[in-house]
Design a binder for this molecule. Structure first.
Ligand code: AMP
Ligand code: ZN
Length: 718
């Protein structure tokens, strides 16, 4: 291809991809398949890599992130970002309306009613139709420059269409859809991490992540509501919303123009319940004077516009009776107290019968007692919770709640680890919910992937006494399974295990013996060891035997293993019963080490040497670490005498450099590292005489590999 052809092809692909991105993420009406989109995108990436001279920060390839921001620069907003006055009642809205009419000398007034999206505010500046900068609100006068992160939000256009002003600012809310929020929390739960409280905090936290590819994986969305007027000559707020939509922004379609207070109240009535079927959270509505010239006459207070006001939906709170407290036992033995409410209360469009009581401290702090009239709220948080007690209605003979001391399922005495809020049942081998939970976890998709072993089947197997530990799965036979009965509903409906399903289950169990060691390590359910951590540990130690012998110090050398995880691993292996389980798994043929065959899928050019990465690189640090693993090196988190190489990026801390130097560790640059990989690869393939494919990668194809890998990881994560 000639140079002009290349340039044209790049421009054509960018335009196509921008259009499809818009159709998918803004209009929600994709016209091509995900695969076609991905293929086009990798084609463009490849061309851009070969021709860095056509680099463009608004290219759709930038959506996947990669840029790392250490310190977000503080920037002064081109125009001040105001907040909104809040109202909570019809009376306050009527006062607002009366004031507006008075100040405008009884002119006709139209209001625009919008939903108040619950996320983090953002200001975007566009110059000549291209995203120039994105800023957080900060204190309203100045905020943080988060442009690299904003580019990864698919619904923020990087380039505009139509008759946009030469330069202008537009403001909106970055939100995390509820579904994405729940996926992230589910993943955290699997990994034994604490859960995020609500989508709003997670959205604003995400904007400040250093690694933009991490932001890209969060699937944030951006809803726009305000075009800053200076540069714009559209006479109404409603007109601005329509224009912004034409330029390519995502502007929700729910705004309306209202002419009377009655219409405002009607909008509130409607959305107070209808909002619960939206894919994102809203915490109120915003009432804005429609006419820009009226807005200008009304002006601003020190904090907020005089021409707008928010009405906040009251956090839904209902009172009911706390009938009883039950205690749930999780897979790891963690005890969660749950409030059983009677009568059930309607909150957020659902009937709530149970609510969270968090832990023993929370119950004591609020002095919650069985029989109390309690307040239940479903605010920004997803799970309803008890927020207080109406003590005036407490029965005279009521008694303070005594938190349980023994496991409700197995009777073992509960323990409470210092510094942790939860109680645990320590009887991990004989406590039924722990047994079932561990088997379910063992069989789950990211672990041993034993497909037909869902909750019902696990319960049936455990209750029939056929399995007590996941190891027992490997002793199941057709005879044992045949005719087994399974409860399919709480109403006592039963079915029996059919021949076909028995065979399928046995096949799936047999298949699971091929599952690689890193997933076995995740499957055995060591507390705090999630699938990513398990993979890193497995690649570092390569076998269960050497992991079992590892000291705390050695464990801490593994990338991403901190003290909490290291201690948890040590205490896991200190337990004879666990050693016994592992021995039995091994006897049944479950993978207990990384097979050399599996390793060689990756290259071994880095020869198992250990690497520390530090500073900024042209690719993200995660990508660099992936490369190290992929080419047979090991990532370690800190420099010590046994480190082989320190890969020094831009702005690496001087302390690290000095330490490396004093220990005689080789310090290499990103380029030198890339050369090592490609040079090593050439030697590798030259030595394999039958090399029938060209496997010597260039630095560019290596980077491309990584991009693809992270893409897949993203899919399997969410
Ligand atoms: P508050 O944070 O309670 O003072 O509310 C003001 C914030 O609400 C603004 O800074 C925006 O980030 C946010 N907001 C959400 N939806 C809208 C909307 N439709 N119009 C104006 N502001 C909104
Ligand atoms: Zn128990």
């Amino acid at each position: 291809m000639s140079r002009t052809d290349v340039k044209e092809e790049i421009l054509r692909l960018r335009e196509e991809l921008t259009r499809h991105n818009y159709l998918y993420y803004v209009k929600d009406t994709p016209v091509i398949s995900d695969k076609e989109f991905d293929d086009m995108l990798s084609h463009l990436s490849a061309l851009e890599r070969e021709h860095p001279e056509y680099d463009d920060p608004t290219s759709p390839t930038r959506r996947v992130g990669g840029e790392v921001t250490r310190d977000f620069a503080t920037v002064v907003h081109r125009t001040r970002m105001y907040s909104l006055d809040n109202t909570y009642s019809r009376e306050e809205i009527a006062d607002f309306d009366a004031r507006i009419r008075r100040e405008l000398g009884d002119e006709e007034v139209e209001y625009v009613l919008e939903l108040k999206y619950d996320g983090a505010s953002i200001s975007l500046t566009y110059e000549n139709g291209r995203l120039l900068r994105a800023e957080t609100r900060g204190d309203g006068v100045q905020g943080d420059d988060i442009t690299a992160n904003a580019r990864t939000i698919r619904s923020i256009p990087l380039t505009l269409t139509g008759d946009y002003p030469a330069i202008f600012d537009i403001r909106g809310e970055v939100i995390l859809p509820i579904e994405e929020f729940e996926k992230i929390n589910t993943q955290r739960e699997i990994e034994g991490e604490t859960l995020y409280a609500n989508p709003r905090n997670l959205a604003s936290g995400s904007l400040k992540l250093q690694d933009s590819s991490e932001v890209a994986r969060r699937h944030l969305d951006c809803l726009l509501y305000y075009v800053v007027e200076d540069a714009v000559t559209i006479p109404t707020q409603y007109g601005c919303l329509e224009k912004a939509r034409e330029w390519g922004f995502k502007v929700p379609p729910y705004s309306v123009v209202a002419h009377s207070l009655e219409e405002v109240y009607e909008y509130i009535r409607h959305w107070d319940t209808a909002r619960h079927s939206l894919p994102y959270q809203t915490d109120g509505i915003v009432i804005k004077v429609n006419s820009k010239s009226q807005q200008a006459r009304l002006g601003y207070t020190a904090k907020s516009p005089r021409w707008a006001v928010a009405y906040k939906f009251s956090p839904e709170r209902e009172s009911t009776i706390l009938e009883s407290i039950s205690y749930q036992v999780g897979r790891t033995g963690a005890i969660t107290p749950v409030a059983n409410l009677n009568p059930a209360v309607a909150l957020g469009g659902t009937m709530v019968r149970r609510a969270s009581l968090h832990n023993a401290d929370q119950i004591a702090r609020l002095d919650i007692r069985v029989g109390d009239t309690v307040y239940v709220e479903k605010g920004g948080e997803i799970i309803p919770k008890i927020v207080g007690v109406d003590t005036s209605r407490r029965a005279e003979d009521s008694m303070p709640t005594r938190y349980i001391t023994h496991c409700p399922e197995c009777g073992a005495e509960l323990v409470r680890i210092d510094g942790e809020a939860l109680h645990y049942c320590p009887n991990d081998t004989h406590c039924p919910p722990q047994i079932k939970g561990r088997i379910e976890h063992f069989a789950s998709r990211k672990a041993m992937d034993i497909e037909s072993l869902g909750e019902q089947n696990v319960r049936a197997l455990v209750e029939a006494g056929l399995v007590e530990s996941y190891v027992d799965l490997y002793t199941l036979t057709y005879e044992k399974l045949n005719g087994l009965t399974i409860d399919v509903s709480s109403e006592g409906k039963k079915r029996s295990f059919q021949k076909r399903s028995a065979e399928r289950l046995l096949e799936a169990i047999e298949e699971s013996k091929k599952v690689p060691f890193e997933r076995v390590l995740f499957a055995i359910g060591i507390r705090y060891v999630g699938d990513t951590t398990a993979r890193k540990i497995a690649r570092y130690f390569t076998s269960m035997d050497s992991l079992m012998k590892a000291t705390r110090e050695e464990l801490l050398m593994v990338d991403e293993v901190g003290e909490k995880i290291a201690d948890s691993i040590i205490s896991y292996f200190a337990d004879e019963r666990h050693i016994d389980e592992i021995d039995r798994l091994k006897t049944h043929g479950v993978q207990m080490e990384i097979k050399s065959g599996v390793m060689s899928v990756k290259s071994d050019v880095l020869g198992g040497k250990s690497y520390v990465v530090s500073g900024k690189f042209s690719i993200s640090r995660d990508e660099l670490k992936e490369l190290i693993e992929k080419y047979g090196g090991r990532n370690v988190s800190s420099v010590s005498a046994s480190t082989d190489y320190l890969i020094a990026g831009e702005a690496m801390g001087p302390a690290k450099a000095r330490k490396a130097e004093s220990l005689g560790i080789k310090v290499i640059s990103e380029n030198e590292f890339m050369d090592m990989i490609s040079a090593g690869k050439e030697i590798d393939s030259a030595m394999i005489e039958t090399a029938d494919e060209d496997i010597s990668p260039t630095v560019e194809t290596i980077k491309q590999d990584v991009k693809k890998d992270t893409g897949e990881q993203q899919l399997s994560l969410f």
